[in-house]
Design a protein around this ligand. Structure first.
Ligand SMILES: [Cu+2]
Length: 149
């Protein structure tokens, strides 16, 4: 039946259109400030000091819009490099230090593809966030746990 065939084709295109609309919607949301406080899946990473005199390093990547890994555990003395792997400008700001005077990188220093490194010498828990897309406890935030060597 030709009518049924047309109906199936129409239904097929409707499904494709829905998928395309969904993809465009997701894409648009990537730069939408409204999704700044969306719930993201927590991720963790642990880095060990290499044997001998090697310098331990770790990388935390800012994507649109969260930090990967969200929780990073390193040994004191580890240099952590933050890289902006997203398309949006982000920043890395320690909790309680919104101008990043102790460590961190503000917007101008953390555009897409930019990197910022800091060596964490003192054991402790360091909460940081992006002031554009998060708070110290929601959205684009992360925790660095520095353990004693
Ligand atoms: Cu951000």
């Amino acid at each position: 039946m030709p009518v049924l065939g047309v109906y199936i084709i129409v239904r097929h295109f409707a499904a494709v259109a829905a998928v395309v609309a969904l993809a465009l919607g997701v894409s648009a949301c990537a730069s939408d400030p409204d999704d700044a406080l969306r719930v993201t899946t927590a991720t963790t990473a642990a880095v060990n000091v290499p044997a001998g005199n090697g310098t331990a390093t770790a990388t935390i990547t800012a994507i649109d819009n969260n930090f990967e890994a969200q929780t990073t555990t390193v040994t004191a003395g580890t240099t952590i490099t933050f890289e902006n792997g997203g398309r949006n400008t982000h920043n890395v700001v320690p909790e309680g230090d919104p101008k990043a005077t102790t460590w961190g990188a503000l917007d101008a220093a953390f555009a897409p593809k930019a990197t910022y490194s800091h060596t964490f010498d003192t054991p402790g828990t360091y909460v940081y966030y992006c002031t554009i897309h998060g708070t110290p406890s929601a959205g684009m935030f992360g925790t660095i746990i520095v353990t004693a060597p």
